[in-house]
Design a protein around this ligand. Structure first.
Ligand code: KG4
Ligand code: ZN
Length: 349
């Protein structure tokens, strides 16, 4: 029997989970509410909140799993990427536990874990599979040959898909994080406004042009050429336009973000000939993306997989399942490991 305790602290969620033989026994997530009033995550406040949350969250995860520290065979933690101060809290806590218990330490890449969240529940994708990982910080298409062999085939060259949602919400004066609200209003509207699709070569993505065209579109209250900022209308007219057309604006933006994502995913599937296709990350909670992904999959004969909602957004269960496979592989970390904010990765053992 192999029991892994995992800790995730890369951004604004303090999470701990216990996994036994690949089954998740607990997944406790403390979401930091303090950032809402600032309209985005404040790194210093995130680190402090992790310091306050980590002991109770780990205790709760062990308790819910019916385990004690003595039952744990390995300690997994998120080593990269993320906010460096936030990662430091989880890393040092995991190292302390591993030292005190004399158990192996297992470092996990957050993006590898988002992909492997698809292996938590059944039915599972078969190897090799493709995963579109879409979150607040990342947009990637990953080729996954095995639990320990993954390659990033394409990624964003500027903003992430989640950022495109959150920045749109900010322009529409919706509170942070706005992605779920854009989703909510989009359900009540139609994609009547046509935002441009960027022409980026290969399997890479770009969302910064879309953000600019939304800004100009709103500055022009949808009445003029969406690319020309100098035609800007007054603030009152702009606000009235947004209030009167919120649902259609959200539906139009969401439609474009989803089409950008799925067009690249279709291209990756055609290039590799792979039919088992997953999505992962916080944006995979988006109803427009989920529906369009399933529809596309049905049309193209894909086997589609989406993790359960609590395994889509940041969580330690995905760190635990990844840690479990690394444990089986004997892939342990040294005690002088340091976290890294950097996102670049390819996993091959
Ligand atoms: O994976 P995640 O929880 O954290 C990161 O690693 O970034 O993803 C958070 C992102 C945010 O940008 C949030 O607005 C977006 O996921 N998100 C959504 C939805 N739910 C979460 N975006 C669009 N529609 C949603 N329903
Ligand atoms: Zn994430």
């Amino acid at each position: 029997m192999t029991t892994i305790l995992a800790i995730e602290s890369s951004c604004d969620e303090t999470s701990a989970a216990v996994c036994r033989n690949g089954n998740i026994l607990s997944n406790i997530i403390a979401t930091q509410k303090i950032h809402e009033q600032y309209g985005g995550v404040v790194p210093e406040l995130a680190s402090r909140a992790h310091m306050q949350n980590i002991v109770p969250v780990v205790d709760a995860a062990l308790k819910q799993a019916g385990c004690t520290m003595e039952d744990v065979d390995g300690i997994a933690f998120t080593q990269a990427p993320g906010l460096i101060g936030a990662l430091l809290v989880g890393t040092e806590f995991a190292k302390s536990l591993a030292l005190a218990l004399g158990k192996p330490l297992i470092s996990v890449h957050h993006m590898q874990a988002h992909v492997l969240a698809n292996l938590i529940d059944t039915p599972r994708p078969s190897f090799p599979f493709l995963c579109l990982t879409v979150s607040g910080g990342h947009t990637q298409i990953v080729l996954c040959r095995s639990e320990n062999d993954m390659e990033v085939l394409g990624q964003t060259i500027d903003d992430a898909a989640g950022e495109a949602f959150d920045k749109t919400a900010k322009l529409l004066a919706l509170p942070y994080p706005g992605g779920p609200l854009v989703d909510k209003y989009a359900k009540q509207g139609n994609a009547v406004y046509k935002f441009p699709e960027p022409q980026i070569p290969g399997l890479n993505f770009s969302f910064s042009g879309l953000k600019t065209s939304i800004l100009y579109f709103l500055q022009n209250a949808g009445t003029a050429n969406v690319y020309k900022a100098e035609l800007a209308v007054d603030e009152g007219t702009r606000r009235k336009f947004v209030a009167d057309n919120l649902a259609n604006i959200c539906a139009s933006v969401q439609h474009r973000i989803v089409s950008i994502l799925l067009n690249k995913l279709k291209k990756a599937a055609a290039q590799t000939g792979i039919k088992d296709i997953c999505i992962a990350g916080g944006v995979s909670a988006n109803s427009g993306l989920r529906n369009a992904f399933k529809e596309t999959g049905d049309q193209l004969g894909w086997n589609t997989f989406i993790p359960r909602f609590e395994y889509c957004t940041d969580n330690a269960a995905m760190i635990a399942i990844t840690g479990y496979y690394k444990y089986l592989n004997g892939d342990f970390e040294k005690m002088d490991v340091v976290p890294s904010a950097r996102a670049e990765w390819t996993i091959k053992n």
